[in-house]
Design a protein around this ligand. Structure first.
Ligand code: GLN
Length: 198
């Protein structure tokens, strides 16, 4: 059966995520159709969902305005996998410490936006991630800090702070796993779970 993947595309570039999803699927001999989500009505068809980075204030506003926010909540309530990266993690969280971000409340963490500094402070670091054999090259760009972790499990830390977490079917990363040609995080978030459930 062909899987349907949705990449939320209300803001920002999505092609790197689409490539990573296709590569991870190919690794498991699975067919996947990747759809860009800009309006409501498509998320219910998706087996897996990706919430990319960008600007969390803008993304959350558009998700609510377009009626996509409720559909994402229903997707998670159905225990279907989500990977939320950087601004996506902020939007997925329970509390972004910023009134301009209306969070989705699907990932039980509180975050602080831009806590790793400005654009010029972007950096790459090798991360040990639970479930991966070798360190993952993580790119941090105006990344959020995961301030506190409620019901979520920490998958990776940088400098003693959580930077990758899992809460049920939702995986969140402070960094951008799509910016290096390494799709193991997409694999961990999506296919580990879909294949286990199959
Ligand atoms: N700084 C952005 C925000 O707070 C996130 C940056 C990113 O996604 N690279 O929304």
């Amino acid at each position: 059966m062909t899987l349907t993947a949705g990449v939320v595309a209300v803001q920002g570039d999505v092609s790197e995520h689409a490539d990573a999803i296709r590569n991870a699927a190919a690794e498991h001999d699975r067919e996947v159709e990747v759809r860009e989500i800009r309006t409501s009505g498509h998320v219910p068809d998706c087996d897996l969902l990706l919430l990319p980075g960008g600007e969390s204030t803008t993304i959350s506003r558009l998700l609510h305005r377009e009626g996509i926010a409720e559909e994402i909540r229903a997707h998670v309530a159905d225990d279907k996998p989500v990977l939320a990266t950087c601004a996506g993690l902020i939007v997925a969280s329970t509390d972004a410490n910023d009134d301009r971000v209306e969070t989705l409340d699907v990932l039980d963490v509180t975050v602080e936006r831009n806590a790793f500094g400005r654009q010029k402070d972007s950096f790459e670091a090798p991360l040990d991630v639970t479930g991966l054999d070798e360190p993952f090259p993580a790119v941090f760009i105006r990344a959020p800090l995961i301030e506190s972790v409620g019901d979520a499990t920490v998958l990776a830390e940088w400098d003693g702070r959580p930077v990758a977490v899992r809460d049920g079917s939702v995986v969140g990363t402070s960094f951008h796993p799509e910016l290096t040609p390494d799709w193991r995080l997409h694999d961990l978030a999506f296919f580990d779970r879909l294949l286990t459930d199959a």
